[in-house]
Design a protein around this ligand. Structure first.
Ligand SMILES: [Zn+2]
Ligand SMILES: [Zn+2]
Length: 392
């Protein structure tokens, strides 16, 4: 704007205050008026991107990145990066954007803490997991160009994006992964290639010398294992009717995993399935493998899924009141069973998949108003149980 030309700092100051107010519309207007680099600093050495990250505003972060904001810029007195601020905001999507744009997850602030550590410190567990699970897209796209003598790459280029998304997922519940694969059916159609790439990624993580990442290696192995299982189920489901087929795979898999054991609630089949997965991890000398086996073979072993989830996503604080989807373990699901209101689900699909387990308990709950809820599988209780074991 013409009237602002005499003092170029006015719009910059305004940008900071508009971010603080969280006014996206005004922010867009002001940003459009601002010419030149957006990496200017406020009096504390913070960039606009850092302010937007701290505000946890995904749209503002995206707009600034589109304008070429440097994720590693800034001169904050305690050496906070934009990722530190995003981690404090607890907005995992903001952190993902910053990581995608090249934020370094290992940068530490003046007290030696990484962004993930700061997120853990303030209890933003989903953000911790998002940062720890992050891998750059190039890790995957590497396999989409032919190597050495190859005429064809290991991974068709079309699969880079869906596989990257699949790997970054924080919810690693097998049913959630099955649902994700159902939505990204191209991965399932190329299950053999994709699982081979996952195995190569696993190996790569284990052979990085001082930068070896056992946890990520295990995650790749785990994802490949689940993918192969679902692909096997699909292969066995030879043509029935084209339209039914897609749903059946997840349903068969879910019925296999969520069928309660003799006591009515423990998931014996899921446990056996996941223990096999741990057992098949090829790097048996590593600490991560030993820790999992020690835990799984202890006197009162926690559920195998808890062990795997803690390994990959980290230990949570013990105040864990977040509700979970009874089918796929997704946090803070949107829906409740309308009949008994004691179990929660992401959506109709999750409810449908769980009905074979829940119907008995549901009828009982809604007929007799007795708080006899133990029959329901509540993953948050499993986690609590694990916490007791860890504490004890
Ligand atoms: Zn769900
Ligand atoms: Zn119910």
């Amino acid at each position: 704007m013409d009237n602002k030309n005499d003092d170029p700092n006015v719009p910059e100051k305004t940008i900071f205050s508009v971010i603080a107010q969280g006014d996206l519309t005004e922010f867009k207007n002001i940003l459009a008026q601002h010419k030149g680099s957006v990496d200017f600093l406020d009096e504390n050495g913070m960039t606009a991107l850092q302010h937007a990250a701290y505000k946890g505003c995904k749209d503002m972060v995206q707009l600034l990145l589109d304008r070429g904001a440097d994720v590693n810029c800034g001169n904050h007195e305690y050496n906070y990066t934009a990722l530190h601020f995003g981690a404090l905001s607890g907005n995992s999507e903001v952190c993902k954007l910053l990581l995608d744009a090249g934020s370094k997850p290992n940068s530490t602030n003046s007290v030696g803490r990484t962004a993930a550590q700061m997120a853990a410190f303030v209890g933003n567990h989903h953000t911790v997991a998002t940062i720890n699970n992050f891998i750059p897209r190039t890790e995957i796209s590497y396999f989409s160009t032919p190597q050495g003598q190859q005429t064809e790459p290991y991974l068709p280029a079309l699969l880079v994006e869906p596989l990257h998304k699949f790997v970054l997922g924080v919810n690693i519940h097998p049913v959630r992964l099955a649902l994700n694969l159902q939505h990204a059916s191209c991965l399932l159609d190329n299950a053999e290639k994709v699982s081979k790439v996952l195995e190569m990624l696993c190996k790569k993580e284990m052979t990085r010398g001082s930068e070896t990442n056992e946890v990520m290696a295990f995650k790749y192995h785990y994802l490949a294992y689940i993918l192969k299982e679902i692909s096997n189920i699909r292969d066995k489901q030879k043509p029935i009717s084209e339209s039914e087929k897609k749903h059946d795979i997840v349903e068969i898999f879910t019925k296999k995993l969520l069928k309660p054991g003799k006591d009515g609630y423990s998931l014996d089949l899921m446990d056996a399935f996941l223990k096999d997965c741990v057992r098949e991890f090829p790097y048996r000398e590593c600490t991560t493998f030993h820790q999992m086996v020690t835990s799984l073979t202890s006197k009162a072993p926690p559920p195998a899924f808890s062990v795997i989830n803690c390994t990959i996503n980290g230990q949570r604080g013990f105040i864990d009141t977040v509700p979970y989807c009874s089918t796929c373990g997704e946090e803070t699901p949107a829906k409740k069973c309308s009949k008994c209101k004691t179990v929660q689900y992401c959506d109709r699909e999750c409810q449908r998949l769980h009905w074979f387990v829940h119907k008995k308990a549901c009828n009982r709950e809604s007929n007799v108003q007795a708080p006899n809820a133990k029959v329901n599988i509540d993953p948050s209780e499993l986690t609590a149980e694990l916490q007791n074991l860890v504490a004890g």
